[in-house]
Design a protein around this ligand. Structure first.
Ligand SMILES: [Zn+2]
Length: 465
């Protein structure tokens, strides 16, 4: 038995243990060594010889090479974690220990960031930046330097080149699609979105005032959708987590695809929680309707942009006036929700630009991208904490490109009230069944489009602005 075959049989167990460890780390409830222990247990995945063999697997279109190529991408990703696991734990610790002074009380970096997002406070902002400069950024710079060294060891120039290779697209091309979107939306941003922003943050109060956004309503919306779309939901659970130390406000934990998917969310009122829950339900519907007969790598390892596109589809019901009307919401929500989408797209553009430049230069400097995107001079958003070691902004941005194409096609085929039609549900379900087998460019081709591009996104903007 070749080593690759042997490792493949252990992969499901490994992936599930890693997912569980990450779940615990996100919620701030994991032990310090949780993630590290799993990586150590499977250390035989990461020996030099094997990784060098994996590296030489090249991309071919037939199913078995595709499968090996996905295992290659997944394991090389984990190999980076294996070699940086001490840093990952140290960085998490720097984020969750109570060290930042907020009006005499010590809080963690994560809590401080959240507090500042809800209502910005100059003094707290100064404390955050002092801590970032002194402790967090130096450690994070060391971490990214190691990622670079590992990339060179693999035979690439930098981390971005590795990502391009593993993901089969060029991040630079993705950025230029969005450079155009940025210019295209500049005046809308200045005239419509900027008044909702302060210190680079989008203030959701004006949306919250438009209606009651409750958990009960969200769950009933999703039940309505499930009923009309006839998607399989057995195995989807929602876990309410209110830890102040978790990274995001919500996330999805696919323990088994399909069959066991946990959606983690805050149990709060408000538009943001509702939007997050719509988003996570989108992941849940996708993962839980993946064809069980697919080989394991096609169910879990591939282009996350595809998963993000389905979440975005669900989320964008909030700027679909027909949906809002049908569910008894104030239709003014549509425009406000879309403004927020434009804000997020621009912010992710800045994040990606910043990240790419940082990976290429390893120098932490204000490059002005956040200022360009959000038209805000205050640089409080710019810090290494906003980066991640997976360049997730790239798959989020690709997800929005694919979503715009998907939505355009669904509306053309089934009309704006597609969410009421079982045929639309079946069409989308068919796309769910492929899991991760195709990347976002290939799904775009399945939809009858060229490779991913910004055409449909621009069109969506024209419809909503
Ligand atoms: Zn997502």
């Amino acid at each position: 038995m070749s080593k690759l075959t042997m490792v493949s049989t252990e992969l499901p167990e490994f992936a599930e243990e890693i997912t569980t460890a990450m779940f615990k780390s996100f919620t701030g409830q994991g032990g310090r060594d949780e993630y590290k222990n799993v990586l150590n247990k499977y250390h035989h995945f990461f020996d030099e010889d094997f990784i060098n063999k994996l590296k030489n697997i090249s991309w071919e279109y037939d199913d078995s090479s595709r499968e090996n190529f996905y295992i290659r991408g997944y394991l090389i990703g984990q190999w980076y974690s294996y070699h940086t696991k001490d840093f990952l734990d140290d960085l998490t610790l720097l984020e969750i220990q109570p060290v930042i002074n907020n009006k005499g009380k010590l809080i963690s970096l994560r809590e401080a960031q959240k507090t500042n997002q809800i209502s910005f406070n100059n003094e707290l902002n100064r404390e955050i930046h002092k801590y970032l400069d002194e402790y967090y950024n130096p450690k994070a710079t060391e971490f990214y330097t190691i990622l670079n060294t590992l990339s060179i060891k693999l035979g690439f120039n930098d981390f971005i080149e590795v990502a391009d290779n593993l993901r089969r697209y060029k991040i630079d091309n993705l950025i230029s699609e969005y450079d155009r979107f940025l210019e295209y939306t500049d005046s809308f941003f200045t005239e419509e979105v900027l008044k909702n922003c302060s210190n680079g943050h989008f203030n959701l109060n004006s949306i919250d005032k438009l209606d009651d956004f409750t958990i009960e309503r969200t769950v009933s919306d999703m039940n309505f959708l499930i009923d009309r779309m006839k998607w399989s939901t057995k195995g989807i659970q929602v876990a309410w987590v209110n830890s102040r130390n978790k990274t995001g406000n919500s996330f999805c934990v696919p323990l088994k695809i399909p069959g066991e998917v946990i959606l983690v969310s805050d149990n709060k009122q408000g538009f943001q929680t509702q939007r997050h829950l719509y988003h996570e339900f989108g992941h849940g519907f996708h993962f839980n309707n993946v064809d069980e007969g697919l080989v394991y790598p096609f169910r879990r390892m591939g282009d996350h942009a595809v998963a993000e596109a389905f979440s975005a589809l669900n989320e964008s019901l909030l700027f679909n006036k027909h949906w809002l009307k049908s569910r008894g919401y104030n239709s003014d929500i549509a425009k406000e929700a879309y403004k927020y989408r434009v804000y997020l797209i621009r912010k992710y553009w800045a994040k990606l630009k910043t990240e790419v430049e940082f990976h290429r230069t390893l120098k932490f400097a204000d490059n002005g991208y956040y200022t360009r995107a959000l038209l805000e001079d205050d640089m409080s958003l710019y810090n290494l904490l906003t980066l991640d070691d997976e360049i997730s902004a790239a798959w989020q941005l690709r997800g929005w490109l694919l979503h715009a194409q998907l939505e355009e096609l669904i509306i053309k085929k089934y009309d704006e009230n597609w969410f009421e039609k079982e045929e639309a549900g079946s069409y989308i379900k068919q796309l769910f069944t492929y899991g991760y087998k195709f990347n976002a460019d290939e799904v775009s081709e399945l939809l009858g489009e060229d490779l991913l591009n910004n055409k449909a996104l621009m069109h969506q903007f024209n419809q909503h602005s």
